[in-house]
Design a protein around this ligand. Structure first.
Ligand code: PMP
Ligand code: GLN
Length: 380
């Protein structure tokens, strides 16, 4: 086996979900909602299967979906994308990330990564031959600084891999941080690979600003989205990638030999869903914000120190006030002795510089959250 993979542990999401099944714990670890997703979008997928949308669709994606993606981002984020040359459908954001890194990086190129980072990033960067340069973001605000960026960028920087809103910190970068990063990308002639899968899951009146929309970034940004997060259908694995034609050419070459295509029935249903009116998106955000408030309120009442959550399905606890200094050991005890699965945030750092933060998924029914709160009683 390639040593990059041989040395890797099983992903923390799989480990924690398996432990939750084994112990009967309430699973607030892996990020997936209890909500079954919009009934009309699911019905569309079923219809498409029955109607016979089951053979290979075009490699770049169903034309209907590529047009729907371009229209969706024009409407929500003011982007002007050509569906023919600037939009491609992938099997989830994960395939888009893998393909983009394969296509953009040559061995020895440097890739700036912001930790905490989604756990797929580092192995994919390494396997593509990239050399990681880390910018370490720390609680509670997880902000970018000029000094940290200056230390990470170099003339060898090829790609900057940004996740905004950020999983697991549940933060949304302020405009000024994005401007700062855009400046560095231009100064060092780097491509910004933007994992924006959480773009619609933002709260308290926030509106997502894609890095691609910043001055000077349109020609150097690859933007990734995922229907899994837009429709609470995380198992569907329908993603989209948007890039200017000169970058899309390489991405398409990688995609054609990674998966080639993505189930057409799901693509048809996602195309339908992307055109849903604003009330769907507002309702989805309001439901998740309500669940966040219920869970955060319950945790605070129990005496826990809760970090703010501006977006994503997650909120984090600072366990330092509990006298805890090892999030992994804490999560082990939590699942085995108290029956609640959570994710140690140090799993998102390359060298575990932060060990006092634990991530919970609040995208659950009230009774699930209440059951978890009951089991956490007495711990703080
Ligand atoms: N990137 C981030 C930041 C994520 O949180 C996730 C999954 N939650 C993904 C990528 C994977 O998305 P997909 O399931 O569409 O592959
Ligand atoms: N993105 C999900 C999370 O952060 C997990 C996805 C996965 O299990 N690979 O929890």
């Amino acid at each position: 086996m390639n040593p990059i993979f041989a040395d890797l542990p099983t992903t923390v999401f799989e480990v924690m979900s398996a432990l939750a099944r084994e112990t009967g714990a309430v699973n607030l670890g892996q990020g997936f909602p209890d909500d079954p997703g919009p009934a009309d979008v699911r019905a569309k997928a079923a219809e498409a299967v029955v109607e016979g949308w089951n053979q290979y669709p075009p490699m770049m994606g169903l034309p209907e979906l590529r047009r729907a993606v371009a229209a969706h981002y024009a409407r929500w984020q003011g982007l002007d994308l050509d569906p023919e040359s600037e939009v491609m459908v992938t099997s989830g954001a994960t395939e888009a990330l893998a393909g983009a890194l394969m296509a953009l990086i040559e061995p020895g190129d440097e890739v700036v990564l912001f930790e905490p980072m989604y756990d797929a990033y580092l192995p994919l960067v390494r396997r593509a031959g990239g050399v990681p340069r880390f910018v370490t973001l720390t609680p509670p605000h997880f902000r970018l600084t000029e000094e940290a960026l200056a230390a990470a960028f170099s003339p060898r920087t090829k790609v900057v891999l940004l996740n905004n809103p950020l999983n697991p910190s549940a933060t949304v970068l302020p405009e000024e941080d994005l401007e700062l990063l855009a400046g560095f990308c231009q100064r060092y002639d780097a491509v910004a690979l933007c994992d924006e899968v959480w773009e619609h899951v933002v709260f308290d009146g926030r509106r997502h600003r894609p890095l691609m929309a910043f001055p000077g970034m349109r020609e150097r940004t690859v933007k990734i989205g995922s229907a899994g997060k837009i429709f609470s259908l995380t198992g569907w694995k329908v993603g989209f990638v948007m890039a200017p034609p000169h970058l899309m050419k390489g991405l398409a070459k990688a995609h054609q030999f990674l998966t080639f295509t993505t189930p057409p029935n799901l693509q048809a249903a996602v195309a339908y869903g992307l055109a849903k009116d604003d009330s769907y998106y507002e309702g989805m955000r309001a439901d998740f914000a309500r669940a966040r408030d219920r869970f955060a309120g319950g945790l605070k009442d129990l005496g826990f120190s809760v970090l703010p959550s501006a977006g994503t399905y997650f909120l984090n606890l600072d366990i330092a006030p509990l006298g805890e200094s090892d999030d992994v050991a804490f999560c082990e005890r939590l699942v085995r002795q108290h029956g609640v699965a959570a994710i140690p945030v140090s799993a998102f750092y390359a060298h575990r510089p932060v060990r006092n933060v634990v991530r919970f998924c609040f995208a659950k029914r009230d009774d699930t959250l209440d059951r978890a709160l009951e089991r956490l009683r007495g711990l703080a």
